[in-house]
Design a protein around this ligand. Sequence first.
Ligand SMILES: [Zn+2]
Length: 265
Amino acid sequence: MYIDPHIHMVSRTTDDYARMAQAGCVAITEPAFWAGFDRSSPAGFYDYFRQLTESEPRRAADFGIKHYAWICINPKEAEDPGFAREVMQLIPEFLDKPNVLGVGEIGLNKNSKNELAIFEEQVAIADQYNQLILIHTPHLEDKLKGTKLIMDAIKRNTNIDPGRVLIDHVEEHTAKLVLDEGFWCGMTLYPDTKCTPQRATDIIEMYGSERIWINSAGDWGCSDPLAVPKCRVEMKRRGHSRETIEKISFGNPQRFLGQCEKFTP
Ligand SMILES: [Zn+2]
């Protein structure tokens, strides 16, 4: 059994659900993000949030997979603060839905001033409604700077417990930084870009298996909805114990997500 704690099923086919179930997937969580195109109105987000809280849970249930979601305006579409704030007004209504675990994936994309302002406002929403937080970090050369900006911004809100925040898309040069500050971290497994199953296994060998998970982030681009079981195979091939493999791909997600009582995989 495994959990894929970050995958964008709105972009995936029903066949993907079938293959994931066959590979042992029992639960997934789907953060709100860019869906491959910019939405033209807050109403577009309203419909997307309904898809995340109504139709995807039904589609997943057909294959015995529990579907959970996170709600927010993503950093890629948060460059216009007026637009972003209109979308943010929709968030509280959806935080009450039975499959919503928290606010996410918020964060930074290009490390811009506007993105940072909207990020901080959404951290404040998470604080106000006592929600878990899932964070997207920028890619490539922006990652280290963006990760530091994000951690500093969270620490400015002293109500936020880092143990209730997961910072995703960590790589070799950011994992330790995130863990040392008490946050959880996620490794996104992508076939070419980002972290491969091999690199993720290297990172576990370097920094251990505490407060860390793996996910496929399967989305609208080149990605692999079976990346989590493939990483389990890679860890097994290298001689990791069954306990460690289960911890990374089931126990740790269960521990972090279980801080929200709605999560019962
Ligand atoms: Zn994502």
